[in-house]
Design a protein around this ligand. Structure first.
Ligand code: SF4
Ligand code: SF4
Ligand code: FES
Length: 322
């Protein structure tokens, strides 16, 4: 008898891939790549328990499996639904999905401030990208928006709760990367908020990573806040020898100065190697780093050239084409 695990075949927007049993639809889509990949605002592959909060990754299962080809009656969250052999899934090819995603974006923006012009996350914000690609131009919400004062979460981090989409990523990061659980989501429903437990400051060695995992501009780096729009900075891959973390980071330069330090992210905006607070907040001299070269920016950022494709109307004459 062969020990080889039988692979499942799944088709997403007409593209087929073979995956191990237990793979989620979202990860199967990521194995195909490109346009078939649903957006994900709360799922984060390296954080256990993440996913299932934001509903941006909804897809339509038009065929359940080879054995039971009935479609699933409702849209499902692709980050927490595993594939079956022979499953067929629709992402962007489903009107129902596109319509539902518009609703999800509208819902996420119900209380969201129009802060983009002053928000540090602008230019690399997943919510901006999501609203651009899947949102509608207006909201039907007529009630007063909930507002919060800004909160200092320790020495390095400031929380703008009004921008938070309650994805729980920072909570899982703090729980899984640091020694003490010091913050979490308090209350429920429209009263829910991220808060430090009994006014405790967040001061663990790896807590700065909550800034990187936050998909929006709710958790901001106090050493960089309001210093520059990200698209005016020049990202460089750099490394240093560090006894706490891998020391592999990205330096965001303004001229010769290091304006901020972040971890390196993949094409889905996920950090693969978390970095320590020392590397992130305290190494702002070029002499402390070995600079490897310019960073290639992932598709998840508007500062990535050609991120948004513009349809050129027919009959447009393109000038300057040598
Ligand atoms: S979090 Fe994103 S969408 Fe919200 S204000 Fe900041 S840049 Fe704009
Ligand atoms: S602060 Fe950011 S990471 Fe934390 S729950 Fe809110 S949106 Fe998610
Ligand atoms: S990414 Fe699936 S529910 Fe948020």
């Amino acid at each position: 008898m062969s020990d080889q695990i039988q692979k499942f075949t799944v088709t997403i927007d007409g593209k087929t891939v073979q995956v191990d049993p237990g793979t989620t639809i979202l990860n199967a889509a990521r194995m195909i790549g490109g346009n078939v990949v649903p957006p994900a605002m709360c799922y984060y592959s390296s954080l256990k328990g993440s996913g299932g909060k934001c509903r941006t990754c909804l897809v339509e299962v038009s065929k359940g499996s080879e054995k039971d080809p009935r479609p699933m009656p409702k849209l499902v969250a692709s980050c927490s639904t595993t594939v079956m052999d022979g499953m067929e899934v629709k992402n962007k090819s489903s009107e129902k999905v596109l319509d539902a995603r518009k609703g999800v974006v509208e819902f996420l923006l119900i209380n969201h401030p129009l802060d983009c012009p002053v928000c540090d996350q602008a230019g690399e914000c997943h919510l901006q990208d999501l609203a651009f690609e899947h949102g509608v131009g207006q909201s039907r919400y007529e009630f007063e928006r909930r507002t919060f004062d800004k909160v200092d979460l320790g020495e390095y981090i400031k929380l703008h709760m009004t921008r938070c989409i309650l994805c729980y990523r920072c909570v899982y990061t703090a729980n899984q990367l640091t020694d003490n659980r010091e913050h979490g989501v308090l209350k429920r429903g429209d009263a829910a908020e991220i808060s430090t437990f009994i006014e405790k400051n967040l001061h663990n060695d790896f807590i700065g990573n909550v800034i990187d995992v936050c998909p929006v501009g709710a958790l901001t780096d106090k050493t960089f806040r309001f210093r520059s729009r990200v698209w005016y900075t020049k990202p460089m891959d750099a490394s240093c020898s560090c006894d706490k973390c891998s020391g592999n980071a990205v330096l965001w330069m303004i001229g010769d100065e290091i304006a901020r330090v972040t971890a390196r992210k993949d094409q889905y905006g996920e950090v693969k190697e978390f970095i320590c607070n020392d590397c992130r907040f305290n190494k702002k001299e070029k002499s402390q780093w070995n600079i490897e070269g310019p960073r290639k920016i992932s598709r998840h950022s508007v500062i990535s050239a050609n991120h948004y494709e513009r349809e050129i109307p027919k009959h447009t004459v393109l000038l300057n084409k040598a």
